[in-house]
Design a protein around this ligand. Structure first.
Ligand SMILES: *Cc1c(COP(=O)(O)O)cnc(C)c1O
Length: 422
């Protein structure tokens, strides 16, 4: 039996397996909290995008902020994938994983002069510029280096993505992108700047989108602009349609990447833009369902109004529930014969917001291992050291093979950069 949204996660008898690796065994071998990823799941998710775009110029740029562990980046780089970065740190990281800068696009509202210089020196494919002042600074930095910066403007199409306000980015009043009404004027300005080479247009309207309609709305708004910009004599080579495709955490039914792209391409062709290179920047949909977070039950604390199941993973390991009130599946690694009880699954961190799941029916005992599902995206990447907790270890599985791709952080490493005063 496979679990929702995660084709490589299945129960065999009482035991949960990711590919051919038994999760309870991995938890014992490596300790908990432990992130475990299926490489096949990541490659399958990428293949769906690649298949849908086969036969036309395209580049898939994995939005690496979703999970930037080196072995994850290496997996995608070897499969021919490009990358969407949002900082100089991400640039260094992705190059260390073996990626080519020529397949990197650089997004983000607050690029610094130093980051711009690093990215120009590395030779990134494109900067997704989010404001007029950023454009001016980028031109200046490029001129100083004697180059032209390849640029797309990130346009805010003002469409409602119908997702959580913290992960919605394409509405007016949002910090991201250049307003649709101003975009043509900013393109005209960009075309005059000595350090800028206009390459394309970009948008990204939000995250965990589960409908096709907002993507199509945004596309129409972008194509209207493309037509106006080209009528003004400025050539655009590529259309970057961002990321944002959702995954199944509970009962969501997002379109598959194939379905979404087929509909977008049909619209692009119908409007006569089929010759353009298409770029996508998927993050969550490439890695989210590929990962689980394993945790051990420390204590059971039944109460009058609530029962608490206290586990060794916490909000510092997995922020999504505390930050977005996100619902994530929680299941035992090994099922036991006992009646289920309703538990709030909480971590050891000293915050009431430190919960991983509320009101979950589970048959558990101290020492059992639980798997938190769909934890491959915005899990480890958002982990912190709050409460001087070292970040979790990570394992990548490939069939029967399990490889430790990051060892657990020690407490001494956490204060290694600190100094006592005299
Ligand atoms: C975060 C982000 C993405 C990826 O979003 P997902 O929802 O993870 O697919 C793509 N592009 C930009 C500019 C982003 O900030």
């Amino acid at each position: 039996m496979t679990l929702p949204g995660a084709p490589h996660l299945a129960r065999r008898g009482r035991d949960l397996y990711l590919e051919d690796c038994q999760l309870a065994t991995l938890a014992q071998q490596h300790g908990t909290p432990l992130y475990v990823y299926s490489q096949a799941s990541m490659l399958d998710a990428l293949a769906a995008y690649q298949r849908a775009l086969a036969g036309r110029p395209h580049l898939i740029c994995y939005a690496m902020k979703a999970n930037s562990s080196l072995a994850v980046l290496q997996t995608f780089a070897r499969a021919g994938c490009g990358f969407d970065i949002v900082s100089g740190g991400e640039l260094q990281r992705v190059l260390a994983a073996g990626a080519s800068a020529s397949k990197v696009v650089f997004s983000g509202v607050g690029k610094t002069r130093t980051e711009m210089r690093q990215a120009l020196e590395a030779g990134v494919r494109c900067f997704n510029v989010e404001s007029e002042s950023e454009l001016a600074l980028l031109s200046q930095v490029a001129v100083e280096l004697g180059v032209r910066a390849p640029v797309s403007l990130r346009v805010n199409p003002d469409v409602d993505a119908g997702t959580h306000p913290y992960i919605s980015t394409g509405l007016k009043g949002n910090k991201f992108g250049i307003a649709h009404e101003q975009a043509l004027a900013v393109y005209r300005h960009a075309a005059q700047l000595p350090g800028i080479a206009v390459r394309g247009i970009d948008c990204h309207i939000g995250s965990q989108l589960t409908e096709v309609a907002p993507f199509l709305d945004a596309l129409d708004r972008i194509l209207d602009l493309v037509e106006a910009i080209e009528a003004a004599g400025i050539t655009l080579h590529h259309l970057d349609l961002g990321g944002g495709l959702g995954i199944t955490y509970t009962d969501e039914t997002p379109p598959s990447a194939d379905e979404l792209i087929a509909q977008l391409l049909a619209r692009i062709d119908a409007r006569g833009h089929g010759h353009r290179e298409i770029v996508f920047e998927p993050g969550r949909s490439l890695v989210g369902n590929a990962g689980v977070l394993l945790t051990e039950v420390l204590y059971l604390k039944p109460g009058e109004t609530k029962n608490f199941c206290i586990v060794d993973a916490a909000m510092n390991d997995l922020m999504r529930p505390a930050m977005y009130e996100a619902w994530m599946g929680i299941v035992p690694c090994t099922e036991r014969d006992a009646p289920a009880v309703t538990w709030d699954v909480v971590g050891p961190v000293c915050e009431s917001g430190d919960w991983l799941g509320r009101e979950r029916e589970l048959a558990v005992a101290p020492g059992d291992h639980l798997a938190i599902l769909s934890a491959g995206a915005y899990g480890m990447a958002m982990a912190s050291n709050y409460n001087t907790r070292g970040r979790a270890a990570e394992v990548m599985v490939r069939g029967h093979q399990a490889t430790l791709i990051r060892r657990r952080e020690s407490a001494a490493e956490l204060y290694a950069n600190e100094r006592l005063i005299d």
